[in-house]
Design a binder for this molecule. Structure first.
Ligand code: GDP
Ligand code: MG
Length: 305
């Protein structure tokens, strides 16, 4: 397993004092519950603000942000520690390529996790999308399904939706709250459908939604904290929701060989055994039989002597 360099989380001091205080409170709440490590996996489409959100949480520019897709991006793990507490955040490349969910990207993420987090856990999944998107489609559902297939459906019990670009003016006639609730409802519905979360189990999969504004132009309050249009500072809100998911009593996702190689990786080949046997019987054996009978036929016809 590759060794991950854990650096001191000095950038926490870059936050305004009010934010720092809340963050330190939340971290000590986790430590009080014997949580000394928190590992967050960030996934979603490309360009939705995954990397920017990682930078916002850590408080420094640790991963590359780009308005236009750069050369094949790879997953990145950022580890920071503060008074015995370690925060790991894994930024990942967008899951969509050429209009389809990319199995290859998913495999890259999994093998990356296998190298850096083997036998450790993913405690929270941040599923990132933009607030200012006006519809969900089948592709969104496919992404959710791919995550559920690749990491197990239960990863959605440890997940939250992050909506970036939160500082927007909703289209005419809609209030901000209304726009936000419609957007989150349609995305949550899409997640329930994509992950096949039935009505009866929906309670077990209560997925919180948080708003994020990564832009440098984000409004601030009198304490210099970045705020949402509602006036509430979003970084402490986001970290608060992350702590709630961490402590929600559901099992974290263990990164083991089975997860990395996919379900029944060893059994998959076995499915083909009957096919191979049938092939051998009908093709190989039948052909040999045909040859033999032809030979016998020929032999009986050839005059001896
Ligand atoms: P990723 O591909 O999901 O990692 O997305 P990036 O973090 O690289 O962001 C893509 C582009 O969107 C960049 O130009 C960012 O500056 C911009 N961006 C990301 N989050 C926000 C946000 O919350 N508000 C605004 N206005 N721009 C954002
Ligand atoms: Mg990125």
């Amino acid at each position: 397993m590759a060794v991950q360099l854990v650096r001191e989380w000095t950038a926490i001091q870059q936050f305004p004092a009010a934010t720092q205080e809340k963050l330190v409170d939340l971290l000590s709440k986790l430590k009080n519950q014997n949580v000394n490590t928190l590992t967050i996996l960030v996934m979603g489409k490309g360009g939705v603000g995954k990397s920017s959100t990682v930078n916002s949480i850590v408080g420094e520019r640790v991963v590359t942000v780009s308005a236009f897709q750069s050369e094949t991006p790879r997953p990145v793990i950022v580890s920071r520690s503060r008074s015995g507490f370690t925060l790991n955040i894994i930024d990942t490349p967008g899951l969509v390529e050429g209009g389809y969910v990319s199995d290859q990207v998913l495999e890259t993420i999994k093998s990356f996790l296998g190298r850096f987090l083997l036998n450790k856990t993913i405690d929270v999944l941040l599923y990132v999308d933009r607030l200012d998107a006006y519809r969900v489609d089948n592709l969104d559902k496919q992404i959710v399904k791919a995550i559920a297939d690749g990491f197990g459906k239960d990863i959605w019990q440890k997940s939250m939706v992050v909506l970036t670009h939160a500082q927007l003016s909703p289209p005419d006639l809609l209030s901000y709250e209304e726009f936000f609730s419609r957007r989150s409802e349609s995305l949550l519905k899409c997640i329930r459908q994509g992950a096949r979360i039935g009505k009866t189990e929906a309670q077990n999969y209560a997925i919180p939604v948080a708003l994020v504004e990564n832009s440098g132009r984000c409004n601030k309050n009198e304490y210099d904290e970045k705020i949402l249009p509602s006036g509430s500072p979003w970084i402490p809100n986001l970290v608060h929701t992350i702590t709630e998911i961490t402590l929600n009593g559901k099992k974290s996702i263990l990164v083991d060989q089975k997860l990395i190689e996919g379900p029944n990786a060893n059994d998959r080949g076995k499915l083909f055994i009957p096919v191979i046997v049938a092939f051998q019987y009908f093709f190989v054996i039948k052909t040999i039989e045909k040859w033999i009978s032809k030979d016998i036929f020929r032999e009986t016809k050839t005059p001896r002597g």
